[in-house]
Design a protein around this ligand. Structure first.
Ligand SMILES: [Zn+2]
Length: 98
């Protein structure tokens, strides 16, 4: 069983990204993105891995502009919306200090 306490948040974030048009629900990329959240990258077939790398990874793997750490998926919809690619830590700092 793939047990991830963040799964619910991540699935919701994926839905928001789909609503915003970053991932198209009518394409295989959407199903593959969901599969990734549920089962991880190891579950992919070669073809799925290809689509994931080409269409999903560029959307969901973003680095923080300040620390270069990966941005948590749950924070990504707001990062896109505000055009502010920051991890949750630096997002918090950004609004607190500046
Ligand atoms: Zn950061």
């Amino acid at each position: 069983m793939f047990d991830d306490p963040e799964l619910g948040d991540n699935l919701q974030a994926l839905e928001e990204l789909a609503d915003m048009g970053y991932i198209d629900r009518d394409t295989p990329a959407y199903g593959i993105a969901k599969k990734y959240l549920h089962e991880g990258e190891a579950s992919f077939s070669e073809k799925q891995k290809y689509v994931f790398d080409k269409e999903v990874a560029p959307v969901i793997f973003k680095s923080c502009a300040r620390c270069s750490e990966g941005i948590e998926l749950s924070v990504l919809p707001i990062a896109y919306e505000e055009d502010l690619m920051l991890c949750s830590y630096h997002r918090h700092k950004h609004y607190k200090d500046e």
